[in-house]
Design a binder for this molecule. Structure first.
Ligand SMILES: C[S@@+](CC[C@H](N)C(=O)[O-])C[C@H]1O[C@@H](n2cnc3c(N)ncnc32)[C@H](O)[C@@H]1O
Length: 379
């Protein structure tokens, strides 16, 4: 398109919006974009405009029409919006190449992971990424993206550790290699426990193997009247849990304690004991994908045995720490629900719910301690 054509187009456009001097306004826009004196424009009528110049002129026209303002009246913010180089296509291409790189390196959710990495570096929400691709990605940001992509593709570092944070039950959690990454399955455990705890006045809850504090923090946040104690054998994990307590502002009703299962637990009046313990059998642990095996803490994943050590131990000892009719709630691994229920029944718990996860796998087992009367009946 030649300069004269764009001048005519611009004049017609402004006429449609009833601008009083459409020709003059058009000349002002064009001379500004081409960095020419307005009175010399006629000498360049045959000049071909490039795509960027044409886009800029059109964007000025749109801004003037939208705001009902002349070129001289446009506010600074509108001008900088138009002047900003639109890097969308360049940035989309970079994103696409990044997805392909992750794909080639066997990263399963390559598209999602690349989008999360871009959003993290550009400091925007992933859902808002595409609206934020106009701006130029700086060299420093590109280097950061490259580094994260490499770690994800070659070192198989989980996305959550790369980002340093992850959402659980809609709440923000700091995560790093000191703790297990909170899983969506565990949200089902939290949801079920919440239903029960909401029916109890000022419930007292113990979370064994608290890790990042995902379960403890969420329950303390969701049920402000609850008093929650999160226990873990790992000092490293407890440090992260303390940070997450602060991030989520639940310091008043959540405490943490270092404890080897019940070794440091003193109170015997809990309304509920919850645990998502290490439940992967040793032989299955060896087969885990590199993301999990090489990066997540081994002590959070496996009991180095048949996978039932913690269920058995916690079931046997929980009664001492629970009120009568108190609850014991477990997250369980694939095919473990039946065996875990047996341990719980043997220890005097009535199974009140077995809940499936989103894939239809039995994921949560909840039991209730028999009251004194029931215990008498059994004995
Ligand atoms: C599967 S992770 C669960 C983490 C967190 N509760 C969650 O659901 O995301 C198990 C946790 O149990 C802890 N753990 C392992 N052995 C333990 C023990 N003997 N006593 C207490 N906690 C233990 C690990 O350090 C780890 O944080």
């Amino acid at each position: 398109m030649k300069l004269l054509d764009i001048l005519k187009f611009s004049e017609e456009y402004l006429k449609k919006y009833s601008f009083s001097k459409p020709r003059l306004e058009s000349e002002k826009i064009i001379s500004h974009v081409l960095n020419l004196e307005r009175i010399t424009l006629y000498a360049y009528f045959d000049m071909e405009l490039n795509l960027e110049q044409k886009d800029k002129i059109k964007n000025y026209l749109k801004a003037m029409a939208r705001n009902r303002l002349t070129f001289d009246e446009l506010p600074k913010e509108e001008i900088s919006l138009v002047e900003e180089k639109d890097c969308s296509s360049e940035n989309r291409e970079l994103l696409q190449k990044s997805i392909e790189y992750l794909n080639k390196n066997d990263v399963k959710d390559s598209k999602l992971d690349a989008e999360y990495i871009f959003a993290h570096v550009l400091k925007v929400k992933r859902t808002m990424l595409f609206m934020n691709l106009r701006k130029e990605i700086t060299l420093k940001e590109k280097e950061e993206i490259k580094d994260l992509l490499y770690k994800r593709a070659k070192e198989k570092k989980p996305l959550q550790y790369l980002l340093g944070e992850w959402e659980f039950y809609g709440l923000p959690f700091k995560v790093d290699e000191r703790v297990l990454i909170p899983r969506a399955d565990t949200e089902i455990l939290v949801e079920q426990c919440k239903f029960i705890l909401n029916e109890i006045d000022n419930p007292k809850v113990l979370d064994i193997g608290t890790g990042s504090g995902a379960i403890s923090v969420t329950l303390a946040k969701e049920i402000p009247s609850a008093m929650v104690l999160g226990a873990d054998i790992s000092t490293d994990a407890l440090e992260v849990a303390v940070e997450n307590r602060k991030i989520n502002n639940v310091e008043s009703n959540l405490k943490f304690i270092k404890s080897d299962i019940f070794s440091n637990i003193k109170d015997n009046d809990y309304d509920m004991i919850i645990s998502n313990p290490p439940y992967i059998p040793k032989d299955e642990y060896e087969e885990l994908m590199p993301e999990v095996k090489q990066h997540e803490p081994q002590g959070a994943l496996t009991d180095n045995g048949d996978g039932y050590y913690f269920y058995k131990k916690i079931s046997e000892e929980s009664s001492k720490y629970l009120k009568d009719k108190g609850y014991l709630a477990f997250e369980v691994g694939y095919n473990q629900a039946h065996e875990v229920s047996q341990f719980m029944k043997k220890a005097g718990f009535e199974i009140i719910a077995i809940v499936n996860d989103y894939s239809g796998i039995e994921r949560v087992v909840i039991g209730r301690k028999s009251g004194e009367e029931d215990v008498n009946k059994i004995s």
